[in-house]
Design a protein around this ligand. Sequence first.
Ligand code: NAD
Ligand code: FES
Length: 283
Amino acid sequence: MFNILKKEELSDQITLFEIGARDIAKKAKPGNFFILRTHEQGERVPLTIADFDRDRGTITAVFQKVGRATHHLGTLNEGDFITDVVGPLGNHSHIANFGRVVCVGGGVGIAPVYPVAKALSEAGNNVTSIIGARSKSILFWEEKMRNVSDELIITTDDGSYGTKAVVTAPLEDILLNEKIDLVIAIGPAVMMKFVCKTTEKYGVKTIVSLNSIMIDGTGMCGGCRVEIGGEIKYTCVDGPEFNGHEVDFDLLMNRLQGYIDEERIAMKQVRVCGGKNYGIKDN
Ligand code: NAD
Ligand code: FES
């Protein structure tokens, strides 16, 4: 059983939990993910680690209430227990001194990009971060991102804060004017697709963290399969980070849309469906 030590509502849709999980915190690295279940019959919810504190023995989860499992997760409070948390899973981010790096976080993707930006900064890189949200009310972690970045650029789709733009607009400005060694992008699949289309024009290596459907998280079920450079890969064991220029984003988005349509139908039903046991890696 894993204790929720802190709960914070980052917006009306986005919740943060700090969870006591000493063994996971000990081994966690930026880029890893974990899978949790709120109860024995619960869906598995895969989440990329948003932060961890080895001394306190905690990991931080930031999730958006999009489906049944995450809505239920959001009803838990400080002091409640989560039945299972398994991790760290997946490959951690490759951290080195690359030089001049741009970290892009879109929406809930700001949470998992934070530990990567922090580690890259600690490794000596010059880090520019671009964080974007639809609106000011759902933008979070501005100060945290500022603290680990040499420069922070904020965009909102509606112009309620920062520059009125999507994240690819300031990214293109930077690429036009400077030599960038690496771009890391985490957010909705469509955002990562367009970040990659932008960086491809300038020949800048781009790493993305994929949010595919996951079931077991150990490479056994095939649920998280994606196509990378024409080859089938499994996000849970081969990723979650991949070279963005090789990702078949249209296939990923089609598979995600199928899941989202099913969840919408299920959310509309009055009865609670048991027996389903999968989720989208949310952040
Ligand atoms: P959102 O739709 O509000 O988009 C966030 C930002 O991404 C926008 O403000 C914009 O700046 C940028 N963006 C969106 N579409 C774009 C486009 N076509 N071109 C350029 N930039 C674009 O994001 P949200 O509602 O927070 O995201 C929800 C989705 O993100 C969920 O499906 C979730 O699974 C996924 N997600 C994925 C990861 C991951 O690990 N890859 C992490 C967190 C969330
Ligand atoms: Fe089952 Fe990856 S989640 S193979």
